[in-house]
Write a protein that binds this ligand. Structure first.
Ligand code: ADP
Ligand code: MG
Length: 295
């Protein structure tokens, strides 16, 4: 019977680590033509490492201040910075009233006043130039790299910067290839990260240059998912709080279940409990087979 085919597909998918919240999502997935992926924590491991530091004065003092602010963030970048401080035996400096600026970074207050950490967009919002006269040479050098740049500042004054890098999941490239093979026509990557990082990661995964969208705010991800949805059904795969709106907007929202945020899981129709991106192709094939049976 009809429900039996769906039930058996749902349970087969669940055994493969793909948990559907209901049969409707399975039926919609069968008609999905494009997949849009978040980058950090979805196509990449989300485990960032600090690569390089450039600052005016003492590095330890710089890291102590930055780690104090990042102690209040759940972002993978914050985790890398806390680990880097810990590895040098540094205690994060106390920061209060810390809050996240979505898609940009963190702001808070320490003993010397307001302090912020994040990308060039946040620097611009604070009236700081991300490439000021001081510490010019070193920060400019970091700017040229294809890594994520974290700037630390106090008001319009830049205190320093560091870069963090992340690597694609082993399953990301093969998983994307498997989705294409299973009939998905468009694969896009949507990220809040900057262009150089997005291009390096996306190209390595076989995502077309026009499908790599960088420097996005959470609402930009929603807008692009809506654009894709105008041309056929779209699935969005993401892990972060910043992905919740796009997950809700997509025809099928898929949250990374193992390491993803609670908010993303709630907004999604499907939880990917495995870290293996290839399981998405498995679910896609299962949904198509089921659709043929019940039609
Ligand atoms: P994504 O998960 O696609 O990288 P986010 O919206 O989470 O997108 O972040 C976008 C950008 O905002 C990051 O690449 C980083 O530059 C900056 N950012 C976000 N949170 C932090 C943080 N806690 N510390 C420093 N930078 C941050
Ligand atoms: Mg993410």
């Amino acid at each position: 019977s009809v429900p039996a085919a769906i039930l058996s597909a749902l349970s087969a998918a669940a055994r493969g680590g793909v948990l559907f919240k209901g049969g409707a999502a399975l039926e919609t997935l069968a008609r999905v033509e494009s997949f849009a992926f978040d980058k950090t924590g979805t196509l990449t491991t989300g485990r960032q490492e600090v690569v390089e530091i450039a600052c005016d004065g003492d590095r330890d003092a710089f890291l102590t201040r930055l780690a104090g602010l990042e102690a209040h963030s759940e972002h993978p970048i914050a985790d890398a910075i806390r680990r880097a401080a810990e590895a040098r035996g540094l205690q994060p400096f106390p920061v209060r009233e810390a809050r996240a600026v979505p898609g940009e970074g963190m702001v808070g207050v320490d003993d010397e006043g307001m302090i912020w950490a994040g990308n060039a967009r946040l620097a611009a919002r604070m009236g700081a130039r991300s490439t000021p006269a001081e510490p010019s040479a070193s920060v400019s050098a970091l700017h040229r790299g294809a890594e994520t740049l974290v700037l630390l500042g106090r008001g319009a004054r830049l205190l320093g910067a560091l870069t963090v890098a992340d690597r694609p999941r082993d399953s990301a490239g093969p998983g994307i290839a498997a989705l294409r093979q299973s009939g998905v026509r468009r694969i896009a990557m949507l990220t809040g990260d900057r262009r150089a990082v997005a291009d390096r990661i996306g190209a390595g995964l076989g995502i077309g240059p026009d499908e790599i969208r960088a420097d996005l705010l959470p609402e930009d991800k929603v807008r692009i998912v809506a654009e894709l949805a105008a041309q056929g059904r779209v699935a969005f795969v993401g892990d972060g709080v910043n992905d919740a709106a796009a997950l809700a907007r997509a025809d099928v929202g898929i949250a990374m279940g193992a390491a993803g945020s609670e908010v993303a899981l709630q907004a999604a129709d499907v939880a990917l409990l495995s870290e293996d991106i290839g399981r998405l192709a498995l679910a896609h094939r299962l949904s198509r087979r089921t659709a043929r049976i019940i039609r």
